[in-house]
Design a protein around this ligand. Structure first.
Ligand SMILES: Cc1cc2nc3c(=O)[nH]c(=O)nc-3n(C[C@H](O)[C@H](O)[C@H](O)COP(=O)(O)OP(=O)(O)OC[C@H]3O[C@@H](n4cnc5c(N)ncnc54)[C@H](O)[C@@H]3O)c2cc1C
Length: 416
């Protein structure tokens, strides 16, 4: 029997099945946010069923902030990933625009925060493989299927799968991505923004060592970022307009590598393309509600932000860590894990983190795109203040890594 018991024809869950359903969470979506949430909820003592269709290979990399690494350590995933992760010890911001008012170069060093590194960069193929293995070893019931229908009822949530199965649970954690069927089915609106930019991604080998330094060049079309990988390798995220993205993706591998070297001002020497190239139109959106009845939204089902400052999945991991903590505490108190108290607490604890980061990334991106000279001056002034004022620089670094208040236990590296 799966913990997510089949329904009676009347849609009611009765007797022993009702008691089982009280501890059951269905997680939908087998992306990184869904997998982390499934592991956290299982560690919280819930009976977890994960609905995850097969994934397509993902050639991108993810910079996992210190707090996200704490989550993976506490859930036992990190030892499987560590040897394939590169530490980001210094972050350099360089104004690569040709504008009248240009900002000074600023470097942030993790040791100023008494950290080994701000973040660790991992290939998504390795991250997803480590999470898949951990899910297989945990007491999680994984079903390879698509969710097709969801109903949140007063005493349980009911989901229908594309193989015809109907499952019940006390709580549904929806991590089914930016086009979330769950979010749309529940009629939750999204405040969406689009940008005239596309992120071109690739992994490159290079002749010079990166020295654990991540470098972000600010250009008139958006950031061009080099993020260290193990060895003499880096991932690039090159934000350009749509026509230029098409041109870059169409270049032969040698010409593409040469173009990346030129944009990197040859700081890493000569370059060679090592991966498939990716092309991701920039967009942003935040769901008006993060919970609805017995459903909580996580990851990109709840928030999409442009790949600037490595915030997206780090937010998604904090969603899962927060939900797992609330479920652990509610189960200890013998409460209802799909009840209004948990839903309100989830909304309250996640909203500020999501809104402030979405706002900051949007503001920063627009400050690069705008032709308004005083805004370039303000951006330059802010960077100059950061460069010259250590206490301000440390405050900005602390905020960039993650929230400092109401930090979920898993993010602080503590067990549930
Ligand atoms: C170029 C780029 C670089 C980035 N770099 C970083 C970075 O360095 N650091 C960072 O923190 N973030 C980064 N991000 C953001 C990060 O990639 C996303 O936040 C993250 O991948 C979202 O994960 P997710 O699990 O929410 O969604 P997805 O990975 O989209 O997973 C959703 C899953 O749900 C499944 N699904 C969909 N519908 C259904 C259904 N009906 N039933 C069942 N399953 C369903 C899908 O098959 C999919 O597997 C980057 C993004 C981009 C575009």
């Amino acid at each position: 029997m799966t913990d997510a018991d089949p329904a009676t024809p009347q849609g009611k869950v009765q007797g022993n099945a009702q008691r089982t359903v009280r501890r059951t969470v269905i997680v939908v979506g087998g992306g990184a946010a869904g997998l982390v949430a499934a592991l956290g909820l299982s560690a919280a003592g819930a009976s977890v069923t994960l609905i995850a269709p097969d994934r397509r290979p993902d050639p991108r990399t993810t910079a996992l902030m210190d707090g996200s690494v704490n989550v993976l350590k506490t859930l036992g995933v990190w030892p499987r990933l560590e040897e394939n992760a590169a530490a980001l010890k210094v972050m350099r911001l360089i104004d690569g625009t040709r504008r009248l008012l240009r900002a000074p170069e600023v470097a942030f060093a993790a040791r100023e925060m008494e950290l080994d590194a701000f973040a660790w960069n991992v290939e998504n193929l390795n991250l997803n493989a480590a999470l898949d293995t951990a899910v297989t070893e945990a007491p999680i019931d994984r079903i390879t299927a698509q969710l097709t229908h969801v109903v949140s009822r007063p005493d349980h949530v009911e989901v229908t799968l594309d193989d015809g199965r109907i499952l019940h649970a006390a709580l549904l954690a929806a991590a089914d991505g930016r086009n979330s069927l769950v979010r749309r089915s529940l009629g939750i609106p999204v405040r969406a923004r689009s940008y005239p930019q596309v992120a071109v991604t690739a992994t490159l080998a290079h002749s010079r060592a990166h020295g654990d330094v991540s470098t972000e060049f600010h250009t008139e079309t958006g950031p061009f970022t080099l993020v260290p990988l193990p060895g003499k390798r880096s991932s690039v995220v090159c934000v350009v307009d749509a026509a230029e993205a098409e041109r870059l993706v169409g270049l032969d591998p040698e010409a593409f590598a040469g173009e990346m070297e030129r944009r990197a001002h040859s700081i890493l020497g000569s370059m060679r393309l090592e991966s498939e190239r990716g092309s991701f139109p920039l967009s942003a959106g935040t769901a008006d509600r993060l919970s609805f009845g017995r459903v909580a939204l996580l990851g990109e089902a709840a928030h999409v932000i442009p790949p600037i400052g490595a915030q997206g999945l780090n937010l998604g991991i904090r969603d899962g860590a927060t939900l797992a903590e609330l479920v652990a505490d509610t189960l200890r108190a013998d409460g209802d894990i799909g009840g209004a108290a948990l839903a309100e607490a989830y909304e309250r604890r996640r909203r500020a983190d999501i809104e402030t980061r979405s706002f900051a990334v949007d503001l920063f991106n627009r400050s690069l795109l705008t032709g308004i000279v005083p805004i370039h001056g303000l951006r330059g002034l802010a960077l100059w203040l950061m460069q010259s004022t250590p206490s301000l620089r440390r405050a900005v670094m602390r905020q960039g890594i993650g929230p400092t208040r109401d930090v979920p236990r898993l993010v602080a590296g503590r067990p549930l």
